[in-house]
Ligand binder design. Sequence first.
Ligand code: AMP
Length: 425
Amino acid sequence: MSFSELGLSAELLAAVKKQGYEQATPIQREAVPPILDGRDILASAQTGTGKTAGFTLPLLQRLAAHRPKRRVVRALVLVPTRELAAQVIESVGNYGCNLPLKSAQIFGGVNIRPQISELRSGVDIVVATPGRLLDHVQRNTIDLSSVEVLVLDEADRMLDMGFIRDIRKVLQLLPDRRQNLLFSATFSKDIRSLAASILTTPVEIEVAPRNTTAERVSQLVHPVDKARKRELLSLLIGKGNWRQVLVFTRTKHGANRLAKQLTGDGLGAAAIHGNKSQGARTRALADFKSGKVRVLVATDIAARGLDIDRLPHVVNYELPNVPEDYVHRIGRTARAGQDGHAVSLVCVDEDKLLADIERLLKTRIDKQVVDGFAPDSRIQPEPIQNGRGQRQRPGRNRAGRKQAAGKPASRGGKRGGGARRRTHA
Ligand code: AMP
């Protein structure tokens, strides 16, 4: 379906054209018309499905349709991470390039002063992480009493990161009459209850993840001893001449150490995780995107929502503790119709994690021992260390996640085409 059939204005259609999009994605087809109608939305969609445009385009159209005399915050987009805030704000800028709307991004880890002056100069749209937004509320530097549209993007991640109390505080500051759009990759009990307390007769939209276990991502496991993973990784990158590789580690410390070691091996690498300053994260990402840095080593949370065009290789240096994160990780590759390649280096400690992932995917991942790297059968499994700073996600024990994660797997084969919409009366 083309964008022109969705009821979007000429200004927005021109902006979409400028982006080079030809067809609306399933989430865009399903979400744009009801959002334009002012309906609440409960959407199950991951990064990579085109969800940002799915809510940004109709949001911009609604805001542009009537403009108050004084510029006030009329749309609030809450996101879990600074990276996602930056990406949403970029989309708002791209899609809104022909409209007289102003937007600001609000996130922690950077000086608050420039944000204050931006807010003071007047903005229509605020994209914020919950903690810093509340800082502004406390300082009286933001007024949320005129918000007409609230978007919760990656709501499941916000709950994972412990933002629920902050979200509830923000909700109390918003007018009762408003439009609410909630996007989440998964639907746990907590998300359902948040949705029930916020949304009014929402249109429910479900789209199959565009790239997760899709046939476009080739997946491979290399069994290897833990102590030899780094050596194997350097070999794979060098021999395969991989120019752009996103590597996942379980801990921030592990990400730092690996980036250093790879750099020592002559492979330009940078680490990205929650302990890095915003400046360092932005720089690392920009260097990676431009090809200046060949390997980006990331933790799950830092990589969440990263949008890197044509990323060909994802490596699980360590398997994630929760199988669903595997799906998110490999979803970073094979975007926008490209082929992707996901490799996992699995040591004996991780056999159980691999079995959980295969159960979730309902498939076996091919295993291939690399010559010279056959695991030593005498090595016994040891408990997995999750690093000092790593918080146990509240309410997310393994069993709980498995249940929540079962959903995308059952839809895995319907990638791309499978949007379902259900209207709740
Ligand atoms: P998102 O799921 O919002 O993170 O978007 C993922 C990527 O898809 C972004 O790089 C968008 O620029 C791109 N995208 C969004 N909508 C479309 C479309 N209709 N056609 C092609 N690419 C798109």
